[in-house]
Design a protein around this ligand. Sequence first.
Ligand code: NAD
Ligand code: TYD
Length: 343
Amino acid sequence: MKKLLITGGAGFIGSNFVRHVVQKSPDYQVTVLDKLTYAGNLTNLDGVLDGARVRFVQGDICDPAIVDPLVREHDAVVNFAAETHVDRSLLNPGAFVQTDVFGTYVLLEACRRAGGTRMVQVSTDEVYGDVPPGTQSLETDRLNPRSPYSASKGGGDLQCLGFFHTYQVPVSITRAANTVGPFQYPEKLVPLMSTNAILGLPLPVYGDGQQVRDWLHASDHCAAIDLVLHRGTPGEVYNVGVGYERPNVEVVELILTELGAPRSLIRHVADRQGHDRRYSLDCQKVRALGWSPTYTFERCIRETARWYAEHRPWWEAIRARVDFQSYYRQNYEHRLQPAAPPA
Ligand code: NAD
Ligand code: TYD
């Protein structure tokens, strides 16, 4: 396999994956197809986008006129393109259905028409919904999404399985845990809290902050996707997680420690609607393929927080944009307002 189409490759994990491929597989050629939504950023590909080994096409995965010829020119597709933020999905669910369900269908249809192009669909542990303490999600568990984001990702996964069983499109699915690392748009927990802490702004922790997530480094996530691409079985789903289950407040406190910022910046604010308490994955299947994580929990969070401290121009440019500021106001202004004094 020599020619990869990486959709959503200008986003967080996609751009890390492009770097991973460039370093690991010098004989590969990569095309990044990305719409450059608010989350897409060509500077994420600085130093790798050379127009020859790695080239860029701006376009929408929902548009068959762009997708079909590109898929025909490539040996495999790895789909990172998606609307990805739960809080935004509460404000504008339609965009999620469009890209995460319909866009996935357009890619699958192109793979089918091209004669059965290999595809990996990058999905999330959130499709399993809230997981009770003491249990873990298996790949065969029923999907139980509880937000417009996870429902849309679940819809994309089901399209993949439908195209595999009906048309034998050789697609595999990865479902990974919360991922952190360089180039994550500063709306998700770790980059938002890191950049707020650096700016001395309040850190808005939803509810009691005892919600549990598993924390995976982008480089470990990319290694798992690469493995599934080359050694995964078509039609199969692979969970990708580490087992570092930590309550959100513990993650936030570790960020504050790493950045030398005071604990007094933490604010417990109004909870997210429909907030899942816990995700937890059984990952024996991807481990059996040969994957194992290289990051400890502490290193994963600390190194990421440090990356934000050392790359201020990258995120300051994003935070200065009107679209970031209007989203921030919409999601946080009411939450961070001081409570009215008793009448
Ligand atoms: P991101 O939001 O940083 O990047 C998404 C990219 O997709 C952006 O570059 C954006 O411009 C592009 N895009 C969006 N809509 C598009 C469209 N219609 N056509 C073409 N490009 C489009 O996302 P991320 O965090 O890098 O996530 C990548 C994938 O990994 C997603 O599918 C997500 O569901 C999945 N995932 C993310 C995490 C996580 O913690 N971030 C965990 C598990 C799985
Ligand atoms: P997030 O990074 O948005 O990922 P996801 O919701 O996809 O897991 O959020 C991670 C956790 O952090 C989640 O439980 C919600 C919580 N959170 C906050 O408490 N405050 C915030 O400002 C954000 C963005 C997230």
